[in-house]
Design a protein around this ligand. Structure first.
Ligand code: ADP
Ligand code: MG
Length: 259
């Protein structure tokens, strides 16, 4: 992240969530100030509530207490400047790649765009993920990495101010995953947007994040937070990252032990 005065892109204040009919809260008193340009990763044991929390940040679930704000306004529904992506790219098999990317602009509450503006956004997004050569292909003809890039392009066409990503690279091989991590950092930096990345991969969090949050407890909340001020690419800072990694692993072990 560069610059000292960053706008808050997304804010969660004392957020609590509970599923209908459940007696217990999944997450309670969760706070987050996400600055524009910032990438925050959320780590935590499986089943702790990471995906549930991300859906609240995306406006897909209403919190039972607290609130989420986008640009200082309360988030009450899905939002045109928020885009969410999952491990499953979720491409529609009967549409080619370009139409799948265009589909990102047809979601609920998207602004009406002129034909030219719409096409310009689609072209820019496809170019950004380097899939120009594949725009006419159906999803069945795409590799796992290409499909995930197409899913990212579908998000980017919305010109999001915040990307919300739920283990998006979890199903990819190691080399493809490394390429996707670089791409994520590049698009967030180039566009001056921001991202919240849920991952179970500590190394992924160390490589892409400005900040790492660790969720633990019941109801879940932040049990650890690390700011990573090292320049990118992070591969050159193995010793410093190793130190943070050890702290994260030990905090995570304690959290799992107490679960
Ligand atoms: P994580 O992403 O950290 O693995 P989740 O957010 O998927 O965790 O789940 C957190 C908790 O919420 C779990 O106990 C899970 O069973 C519960 N949960 C998740 N989705 C639902 C749902 N749609 N309805 C009821 N409970 C749910
Ligand atoms: Mg999950």
């Amino acid at each position: 992240m560069s610059g000292s005065r960053q706008r808050t892109a997304l804010r969660a204040h004392q957020v609590a969530l509970r599923y209908p009919g459940a007696s217990h809260l999944v997450v309670a008193n969760f706070n987050l100030d996400l600055a524009s340009g910032e990438i925050v990763s959320i780590l935590g044991p499986s089943g702790i509530g990471k995906s549930s929390l991300l859906r609240v940040l995306a406006g897909l679930h209403r919190p039972v207490a607290g609130f989420v704000e986008v640009d200082g306004a309360p988030l009450e529904d899905v939002h045109p400047r928020l885009a969410i992506a999952f491990q499953n790219p979720g491409l529609l098999p009967w549409l080619d790649l370009e139409r799948n990317v265009a589909f990102g602009l047809d979601f609920r509450r998207q602004p009406r765009l002129s034909v030219n503006e719409r096409q310009a956004r689609i072209n820019a997004a496809i170019r950004e993920v380097a899939l120009d050569h594949a725009r006419g292909l159906r999803p069945s003809a795409l590799s796992g990495g290409m499909a995930q890039r197409a899913a990212l392009a579908r998000c980017l066409a919305r010109e999001p101010q915040v990307l919300l990503l739920d283990e998006p690279f979890g199903a990819l091989d190691e080399v493809t995953r490394a390429g996707m991590q670089q791409l994520l950092v590049q698009v967030v930096t180039d566009r001056g947007s921001a991202a919240v990345l849920v991952t179970h991969d500590i190394d992924e969090a160390l490589i892409v994040s400005d900040r790492i949050l660790l969720l633990g407890g019941a109801p879940a909340n932040k049990i650890g937070e690390w700011r990573i001020d090292l320049p990118r690419p992070r591969e050159d800072y193995v010793a410093e990252l190793g130190h943070i990694r050890i702290e994260i692993v030990s905090t995570l072990r304690k959290a799992i032990h107490h679960q």
